[in-house]
Design a protein around this ligand. Structure first.
Ligand code: C2E
Ligand code: MG
Ligand code: MG
Ligand code: MG
Length: 277
């Protein structure tokens, strides 16, 4: 153990750390090739109006299956893609696939509302999101109103002018913007007054504690009131139980995304979920 080695000496590498970093570099080496090897796929999760049952939108969620590593969670590989400098490439691929798929469903008459696509904060600041969205919409023929970009509070910690400009341009194109994982970031709330945001998504960590935990219940209620007063749409993420659904509806949040309704599914399965909704 490090403390047994004595003062002024550091043990830089423990066997556990070594295994961990070896696993990381293994994953990273495969991640570099995931796109060209066709290992990425999108899943889709419906957002449901809990009162009417209507499907309001669908979120595209990235999946990576590698023959050696198996299924790797986006919570693990998205941060790696950011570090390795190809998150912009991955997000652009997701945007392309999602818009193409949504336009196909439009042609088939499948009524599933907007398609929501997650954009990493790194991509938001380093890439050219506006140009990327423009070219993908032109290429896919998808009406801009059917696209929603999901960003996180991390996009607004620095370079507020640039962020305002990017969101303004998206708005002018007719694209909607949702603020994902709302309430978990460390940014100030003042950006809500200056940025053209359409939707707040209450983070699943709050929803998980409803309705019995006092603090999370209070915070959730306050977020709903805030959204209503600012005239923003509101979506609850990670709704798993009827009790959570009832709590949310009573307080005025009717759109929900979660296992209570459906899990993310592949493009082939989604139409069945929409028709059964
Ligand atoms: P997110 O955007 O907040 O997505 C919601 C996550 O909650 C998804 O996890 C979804 O599968 C999961 N979820 C939905 N309903 C429930 C529920 O009822 N209970 C529980 N426990 N979980 C639920 P997933 O697909 O593993 O994605 C994790 C995160 O990875 C996403 O969080 C998003 O931040 C990121 N991500 C996923 N796809 C992309 C992508 O294409 N680009 C970028 N930049 N990030 C992505
Ligand atoms: Mg999201
Ligand atoms: Mg989220
Ligand atoms: Mg997230």
């Amino acid at each position: 153990r490090a403390k047994d080695i004595g003062r002024n000496s550091f043990q830089l590498f423990t066997p556990a750390m070594n295994a961990h970093s070896q696993e990381r570099s293994l994953i990273q080496s495969h991640l570099r090739l995931a796109l060209v090897h066709n290992e990425l796929e999108l899943n889709y999760q419906a957002q449901i109006n809990g009162v009417t049952g209507k499907v309001m939108g669908v979120e595209a969620l990235l999946r990576w299956y590698n023959p050696i590593l198996g299924q790797v969670s986006p919570a693990q590989f998205i941060p790696m893609a950011e570090e390795l400098g190809f998150i912009t490439e991955i997000d652009h691929w997701v945007l392309e696939q999602a818009c193409k798929q949504r336009n196909l469903w439009l042609d088939q008459g499948l009524d599933c509302g907007r398609i929501a696509v997650n954009i990493s904060a790194l991509h938001f600041h380093q890439g050219n999101l506006v140009a990327s969205v423009e070219s993908v919409l032109a290429q896919s023929q998808l009406p801009a109103e059917l696209l929603e970009i999901e960003v996180t509070e991390g996009c607004f910690i620095k370079q507020m002018d640039k962020a305002t400009d990017i969101l303004g341009q998206l708005k002018n194109m007719g694209v909607k913007v949702a603020l994902d994982d709302f309430g978990t970031g460390f940014s100030s709330l003042s950006y809500l007054t200056s940025l053209p945001i359409d939707t707040l998504k209450i983070d699943a960590s709050f929803i998980a504690k409803l309705p019995h935990n006092f603090r999370e219940s209070q915070i959730t209620s306050a977020i709903i009131t805030l959204a209503q007063n600012l005239n923003l749409d509101i979506v609850a993420e990670g709704v798993e139980t009827d009790a959570q659904k009832i709590f949310l509806i009573e307080r005025g949040c009717v759109i929900m995304q979660g296992y209570l309704y459906n899990k993310p599914v592949c493009a082939k399965t989604l139409p069945k979920i929409i028709q059964d909704a």
